[in-house]
Ligand binder design. Structure first.
Ligand SMILES: NC(=O)c1ccc[n+]([C@@H]2O[C@H](COP(=O)([O-])OP(=O)(O)OC[C@H]3O[C@@H](n4cnc5c(N)ncnc54)[C@H](OP(=O)(O)O)[C@@H]3O)[C@@H](O)[C@H]2O)c1
Length: 280
């Protein structure tokens, strides 16, 4: 693939700040749902190449979960022996505030401290982050957050986000699924929560929608590939802290990280991008 000049590794990377602290974070990360589910040699090799591509291309953020099959174990086996922990921002998720589940995640990830600990798939507006706050105070994690990709649970996300004011909210947001723009992002900005966008490619749906098409000429001033087009739509919203596309392919990881370089689409260009996608 030939990258446009702005996407070459020499052009500067931009970062986003985590709202609660101002800490800079490279805004393209790696999602690990399904791709690293099975602890076998082939998966370990793929994961190792993807994590190397993440680091070599200026990325840092890895998002995983206690329930993503063997993904935490695979990541620990990639990161621990190679001494890569200090180069990464590791986010994982627990199903509940269960200390045994937490210990299992720390063991599998081969780390004593997480960067971000999230309560996975919140669904009840009364769910508390009290234990997560205690763990943060004890130094088990640096940030806490909540996640959901179910629009039926957005009311619970809003209630918990407003009351508990976590450091991060992780929500599904893609160019063809923009409900979070109206419901979650404004509140996240109000309570100073960082936003991680799960399923930024609609689990691959967006690539299938454009499979026979070339990037339009007007998009080539800011995107060098369809992946960068989809990710830069999201990063064009300043309330988005980072996107976390899933991949088991090191080449795709490098392509995705190209979205951290060069110009972002302005509001008019973002409207044009949506109009284009809506015609497909
Ligand atoms: N409730 C929650 O908290 C929740 C729920 C869902 C997801 N998540 C998080 O969000 C992350 C992302 O979601 P996702 O992985 O389900 O879906 P996604 O990121 O929207 O799409 C992943 C798909 O895109 C493909 N892909 C990635 N980069 C590509 C590229 N440059 N060119 C072409 N194809 C590319 C991948 O295939 P290849 O492997 O071939 O690259 C994979 O099939 C998850 O991994 C997880 O960390 C959180």
């Amino acid at each position: 693939m030939t990258l446009p000049t702005f996407a070459q590794p020499a052009s500067p990377l931009f970062t986003r700040s985590i709202p609660s602290t101002g800490e800079p974070l490279p805004p393209v990360g790696l999602g690990t749902a399904e791709v690293f589910d099975v602890a076998d040699t082939a998966t370990l090799q793929k994961a190792s190449a993807v994590v190397r591509a993440l680091i070599d291309n200026g990325g840092k953020l890895i998002d995983t979960a206690s329930t993503y099959g063997d993904a935490e174990r695979i990541l620990g086996d990639v990161i621990g022996p190679a001494g890569l922990r200090g180069k990464l921002f590791i986010a994982t998720k627990l199903e509940s505030p269960d200390v045994e589940e937490l210990k299992r995640s720390l063991n599998r990830l081969q780390t004593a401290k997480l960067d971000l600990l999230q309560l996975h798939n919140v669904r009840n507006p009364q769910q508390s982050l009290g234990a997560f706050r205690d763990w943060k105070a004890q130094g088990v994690c640096r940030y806490i957050g909540i996640t959901s990709t179910s629009h039926g649970a957005f009311a619970a996300v809003e209630a918990i986000l407003g009351r508990e004011k976590p450091d991060f909210v992780q929500i599904d947001y893609s160019i063809d699924d923009r409900e979070a723009e109206q419901r979650i992002l404004p509140l996240a900005a109000e309570v100073k929560a960082g936003v991680l966008t799960a399923v930024p490619f609609g689990r691959g749906r967006l690539f299938r929608a454009v499979r026979d098409r070339s990037l339009p000429d007007w998009a080539q001033s800011f995107a060098g590939s369809w992946a960068q087009f989809f990710l830069k739509y999201l990063l064009g919203d300043p309330r988005v802290t980072a996107v976390i596309p899933g991949t088991a392919d090191a080449g795709h990881m490098a392509d995705n990280l190209g979205a951290m370089r060069g110009p972002l689409p302005d509001p008019d260009q973002r409207r044009q991008m949506v109009e284009f996608i809506e015609t497909l």
